[in-house]
Write a protein that binds this ligand. Structure first.
Ligand code: NAD
Ligand code: MLT
Length: 526
């Protein structure tokens, strides 16, 4: 398997790839878009930092790609939607550079408050401008943090230690968590009105793009200061320029820009701006952290199927994967069985978990069920990553429930297809060997191995049918490996699930269907 590193990676990360059996790594300090397009084909994994762009065009050329590893947190340089549609896992390394980014934020806040960068430049010109660089203290001043995640929380904690009053705006954080951090939650308008410093720590999303725009600056305290170590694009740069000119913003420290590296950016001509080149994560420790984390995660995924820190798939740790792997296989096979069994136009897939399963991490099992359900019928590649998106793009709803129904089994999975012709159910369990067993098909109960090629026959429960099935299959040289029967006495019908060693020719199916007591036949492969 081949890994392409397209934005440089600390050597400790590269070594992890080199040591992994069956993995080859090719390292580039930076690949410009045309070079990346040219090179990407044939690689199973690609690693990038913030500079390279993995867009739809690149992904269309990457027919072997299975995983994109972002050595860092922000994934706004990756087309996640396109990757997910193509079944490519996208993983990042949350938290691995948080301390570096938080410390850089604090460094910039202090530098802004005391004009460190400007005073340094002045000194190099042998000037002694003490009055010009009169500063302000952080003590007793208010810091407004937008986005109280990993980095925002560290900044909040350190700022509280410096006896700043800390306000935060983050709709996705509870007041309890904020209170534990010593932070007051505020509305965005309150934060704008009351902050002496505002520090941004959200991802760049539709909601946060241009969050600091002209109306926002108008609400701010004159003389306030801004720090952005999150993403360019959260600040409308033209509006910031005007706010500085109008004296609303006394200074801004920017580590990130709407276009990186910036070209002809008028902000960089302003003395109130201090700037660093997307440097917040550039500490020796953070670079080792992100490089080793992404390399370990990617190797573990490619070699062992372990999913950690994926942004388009639920995580599966090695401990969990060991416990749920048999159920993932069961769910996938039940999905395949059901997709070859149901009739009509499917509207909804229902997955119900009973028994011990209820205590497990079930999202990957549900993805496996969706994969199994879709892959039999679609020409496109379906995998654990893209199955949920393909389901919803086809308008198939998904219901997941836990149930107390377990019928004496340790764990029970029931899949149901709700269609315009009714509801179709299959249920299964895992025996210790481990072996997948099918224990129910609609109202028929049984206990049969769920593997290989099967023939499902629905018949009237009358004498002679079983013998006829055996002799007919035999006459077509079809060897029976296993046979399970189940009937519903009140209905007078039965089913016969036959596992066969070789394909059932169409003529054999036709011969079976000609029997007056055989209602239906279906060949099912799982
Ligand atoms: P995180 O996911 O831990 O935290 C982000 C927080 O933003 C979350 O708490 C979330 O609830 C909040 N949020 C999301 N949308 C919001 C909105 N509309 N309004 C308010 N809050 C909102 O992420 P993190 O690891 O703390 O990283 C924060 C940012 O810093 C990201 O943009 C990341 O890419 C960037 N970053 C930059 C550098 C750098 O080198 N400059 C380094 C590391 C991280
Ligand atoms: C990140 O999102 O982690 C940062 O942008 C740091 C980086 O990778 O340069």
């Amino acid at each position: 398997m081949r890994i392409l590193v397209c934005d440089g990676l600390h050597e400790q990360g590269v070594k992890i790839f080199e040591k992994a059996e069956g993995i080859e790594v090719e390292v580039h300090e930076h690949l410009e878009a045309p070079d990346l397009l040219e090179r990407i084909e044939g690689f199973e994994g690609v690693v990038l930092r913030s500079r390279s762009q993995i867009n739809r065009e690149v992904l269309e050329r990457a027919s072997c790609l299975r995983v994109i590893g972002r050595a860092g947190i922000g994934v706004d340089n990756i087309d996640i939607e396109a990757a997910t549609q193509q079944g490519i896992l996208v993983m990042n390394t949350p938290g691995a550079n948080a301390m570096a980014a938080a410390e850089h934020t604090l460094a910039l806040m202090l530098a802004l408050a005391r004009h460190i960068a400007q005073a340094d430049q002045s000194m190099r010109a042998y000037k002694w401008e003490k009055k010009k660089f009169m500063g302000t203290e952080l003590y007793n001043h208010t810091l407004g943090i937008v986005g109280l995640g990993r980095i925002g929380s560290i900044v909040a904690n350190r700022a509280s230690d410096m006896k700043m009053r800390v306000l935060a705006y983050d709709p996705y954080i509870s007041t309890d968590v904020a209170a534990k951090l010593g932070v007051e939650l505020a509305s965005l308008d309150e934060l704008f009105r009351e902050s002496d410093f505002i520090s941004l720590h959200t991802p760049l999303t539709k909601e946060t793009r241009d969050l600091l725009d002209e109306p926002a600056f108008r609400k701010m305290k004159p003389g306030m200061r801004i720090i952005n170590c999150a993403r360019g694009g959260i600040i409308d740069e033209a509006a910031l320029y005007d706010a500085i000119k109008q004296g609303i913003v006394a200074g801004a420290a920017l580590d990130v820009f709407s276009k990186e590296p910036p070209v002809d950016n008028p902000l960089l001509a302003l003395p109130q701006i201090i700037a660093t080149p997307h440097l917040a994560a550039s500490s020796e420790q953070a670079q080792i952290n992100v490089a080793t984390a992404i390399a370990e995660q990617m190797v573990d995924y490619l070699l062992n199927g372990v999913i950690k820190n994926a942004v388009n798939m639920p995580s599966i740790s090695p401990q969990i994967i060991e416990r749920i792997r048999p159920y993932m296989l069961l769910a996938e096979r039940l999905g395949r069985f059901l997709s070859q069994y149901f009739q009509g136009n499917v509207k909804r897939l229902r997955v119900a978990y009973g028994g011990d399963l209820r205590d497990l991490e079930l999202a990957p099992v549900t993805n496996a069920a969706q994969k199994g359900f879709l892959e039999w019928v679609l020409a496109e590649e379906v995998n654990m990553v893209n199955a949920p998106v393909i389901m919803s793009s086809r308008g198939i709803e998904l219901d997941v429930a836990t149930t107390s129904e377990v019928r004496g089994y340790t764990g029970l999975i029931t899949l149901s297809a709700v269609t315009d012709k009714g509801e179709f159910h299959v249920a299964g369990t895992v025996f210790p060997e481990p072996q997948c067993r099918i224990v129910q098909i609609d109202e028929y109960r049984m206990e049969a191995p769920l593997e290989g090629r099967m023939l499902l026959i629905t018949n009237f429960d009358r004498p002679g049918v079983i013998g006829f099935i055996g002799s007919t299959l035999g006459s077509f040289q079809v060897n029976i490996a296993d046979m399970h029967l189940s009937r519903v006495r009140d209905k007078g019908t039965a089913i016969c699930l036959v596992t066969v060693d070789n394909p059932v020719p169409p003529k054999a199916l036709q011969a079976l269907r000609e029997h007056e007591n055989i209602i239906e036949t279906a060949v099912i492969e799982v």
